[in-house]
Write a protein that binds this ligand. Structure first.
Ligand code: GLV
Ligand code: MN
Ligand code: MN
Length: 482
């Protein structure tokens, strides 16, 4: 299969907008809204949208399976406790709640017309290992805070359409290497074979659910799919996880699209042996081979132009755009038997590969696989490349995005007075539940500034006032469009 690195023009154009935006210099002061003067204003609901939301983020950030760092994986004990906490907050916001058979926690209010198409708002309750407290949780908590304000103002019952908040059970894919177990089930794109995927200890998705008293079969997994006719759209608020908003000096921005991603598992098998007795020339060492494969990956992803060729359909722009967005990571590696005086018998590592351009990503995987097999052959080791996960790039709905942009603008205007610049629009290199839900309905996202662009780290931080801005933006969106 020869795949060309051609791009879809739409994505390329957006990428260039993104790059141009990233190069803009920061506004002199930026929109830092920390000013005691507005704290007392009751039209800004600071007690709920900021103080209580921040308190809840901190509380949820303590719900962990590990001592000393944050970790919640699919249906782990801490994930179940987190789900219960969120469920209580959903009820506090006036929502009817339930947990579905993939462990997603739902809270819904019907408004005046229970049969109208519903707005879904969501994000994930799972985390990476040694996580920050905002990734995922911010989207759930800011939505619940905004709905709580509507409840207090007596507006919940007067909504024109149902609103449903969903805390998805798995977006990070840490435990099963298959991201979006929760949102993909709701979108109807989770294959039934996903129930048989096992974690490192050999426990399957189905068994984990059963351990938690959730009976899941292939048939009732398919029933989790929402009817597209029953849904109006999906909105997700998420920490940016990158530096653009901070550089531009904006608390919130609107998301134009999300990069596509692939996860691979590479297994290299060689000849296990004694570290002291096997001459170097006689070794089939999978560790040295894995090192060469990883360096190849880095070179290819840093300089795709040196590796990919034209097939007559492509142009400079497609390769240029691929070079600008392509990122590749080996985040996990394990060896067997993992002892200092043993030449390993087997090395396994993960590859996470992302790009705005789906064709370009395919081209990279094709070239990478070819060259990896060549290296393994030269080194006389065997090499298996398993494709664990794929999600194509997603373009956010333009109308929904412009509604979110106006809502963000009005929130910031309320908080900061005059806003001179347009709310920034940016691309997401990180994956989000919105990718899975885009198979069900139109999606729109708001990003919230984070300190230093840091995420997937305990250093992840969002200013209290930026949490407030996010809640106020969602509130403005709900008040105007629902
Ligand atoms: C999720 O955070 C991802 O982008 O991997
Ligand atoms: Mn994440
Ligand atoms: Mn996330």
């Amino acid at each position: 299969m020869a795949v060309s690195p051609c791009t879809k023009r739409k994505i390329t154009t957006i990428l260039f907008d993104y790059l141009a935006l990233s190069l803009l210099s920061t506004t002199a002061s930026g929109y830092m809204i920390s000013d005691a003067g507005i704290s007392g204003r009751n039209d800004l609901f600071g007690e709920i949208l900021r103080d209580e939301a921040v308190e809840r983020l901190n509380e949820l950030g303590k719900v962990s399976d590990a001592d000393g760092y944050l970790e919640r994986t699919f249906m782990s004990p801490a994930s179940v406790r987190a789900g219960n906490l969120i469920r209580g907050w959903m009820e506090d916001a006036g929502l009817r709640t339930w947990v579905d058979r993939m462990g997603n926690v739902h809270g819904r209010v019907e408004g005046m017309n229970a049969s109208a198409e519903a707005l879904l708002i969501g994000s994930h309750l799972d985390t990476v290992v040694d996580a920050g407290i905002f990734d995922g949780s911010l989207g759930i908590i800011s939505a619940l805070s905004a709905l709580k304000v509507l409840k207090i103002n007596g507006i919940l019952g007067k909504l024109r359409r149902p609103i449903e908040v969903i805390a998805f059970s798995d977006e990070e894919g840490v435990r099963f290497q298959s991201t979006f177990l929760g949102s993909a089930a709701v979108a109807g794109i989770l294959p039934v074979t996903a129930l048989q995927i096992s974690d490192k200890s050999g426990v399957t998705v189905q068994a984990v659910l059963e351990e938690n008293s959730i009976e899941i079969s292939e048939e009732n997994l398919l029933q989790l799919k929402y009817d597209p006719g029953s849904v109006w759209g999906y909105v997700e608020v998420h920490i940016e996880q990158g530096p653009v908003l901070e550089r531009l000096g904006f608390p919130v921005g609107v998301v134009k699209g999300i990069a596509g991603q692939t996860r691979l598992k590479v297994t290299v098998r060689g000849s296990q042996g004694h570290a002291g007795t096997v001459p170097m020339s006689m070794r089939q060492d999978p560790m040295a081979a894995a090192a060469e494969l990883i360096v190849l990956l880095e070179r290819l992803c840093k300089h795709p132009k040196d590796f990919l060729s034209f097939d007559g359909h492509c142009n400079d722009i497609s390769l240029e755009s691929l070079s600008n967005s392509l990122v590749c990571t080996v985040g996990e590696i394990s060896t067997w038997p993992s002892a200092s005086n043993v030449i390993p018998g087997q090395v396994t590592f993960t590859v996470d590969l992302r790009a705005m351009d789906d064709m370009g990503r395919e081209s990279v995987i094709y070239e990478l696989s070819n060259q990896m097999y060549q290296i393994c052959e030269r080194r006389s080791v065997s090499c298996v490349i398993d494709r664990k996960h794929d999600a194509n790039a997603v373009i956010c709905d333009s109308e929904l995005s412009s509604q979110l942009k106006s809502a963000a603008y009005s929130a910031l205007k309320k908080m900061a007075g005059e806003i001179q610049d347009e709310i920034p629009a940016l691309m997401s290199g990180a994956g989000h539940d919105a990718m899975a839900i885009s198979h069900l309905t139109k999606v729109g996202m708001l990003f919230v500034r984070c300190r230093g662009g840091i995420s997937h780290s305990p250093e992840e931080h969002v200013l209290d006032d930026d949490v407030w801005a996010a809640g106020l933006a969602i509130l403005a969106f709900l008040e105007t469009h629902m």
